[in-house]
Design a protein around this ligand. Sequence first.
Ligand code: COA
Length: 256
Amino acid sequence: MFNNLLYERTDEGIVTITFTREKALNALNNETVRELEQALEKVKDDNARVLVFKGSGRAFIAGADITEFKGKTASEIKLFSLVLQKVLNEIELLPIPTIAAVNGFCLGGGCELAMACDLRIASNIALFGQPEITLGIIPGAGGTQRLPRLVGKTIAKEMIFLGDSIDSKRAFKIGLVNKVVETEDLDSAVNDLAKRLATGPSFALSQAKEAIDRGTEMAWLDAIQMEANLFSLTFTHEDMEEGVSAFLEKRKAQFK
Ligand code: COA
């Protein structure tokens, strides 16, 4: 169905999008970005409960496709930036948990895509970075904004000014990834996490995601008010009935 992506869905509602443009280390060319847009539409139609991104071969994604940069005018490249930003914003705004399973190079637009996900699990050989400065450019798919929000301005400036890659051990230390596992354990670690989230209370998960993502961009009093609103909304959902009843009846909750 796609030339550069593999789209899979399990019965539990776990959708996995794998980048398969191995010969270019899964670099994001225009076609891949277009396919990603279509794949995200499918995620919305597919009643997905969790979305996982993976890369095949040696890379998660080695950035935007540099071969498509040459000869582009500033306005053409601005359009590319806006389209990629829109796609990554769509990932961030999905009302389901999203996970990046980072197997290898996670650079430039790849790092920006991973940062648009809620959670990141890395193989011990993964490398993260925003190397755009080495090309005489800057990140243009949200990297200058998401990286400092995730790791703080000090480290974001070091990474973006120098363009050096960091290994997964340092990525974990600075809070860029949730967990580092041996390469051969990456799939099972991601699968366990995805299954746990897929069987969780999907409405409460969506409200928690919204509270964190929107709230941290709002003034404190507005944010805390929004939390109260979303907290109260979870009391109108059947998952709350089930979760609280299961606790009181000393059994495991079965969310629908
Ligand atoms: N855009 C286009 N092609 C890319 C690419 C990118 N971002 N990253 C890698 N490739 C291609 C290489 O050109 C090469 O193609 P070829 O076999 O036709 O020559 C192939 O992928 C394999 O990459 P190669 O450089 O040979 O592998 P390596 O192991 O020596 O180095 C990297 C891996 C990731 C360090 C190196 O490819 C690299 O620096 N890539 C660019 C990263 C970057 O700057 N990203 C931000 C872009 S804004």
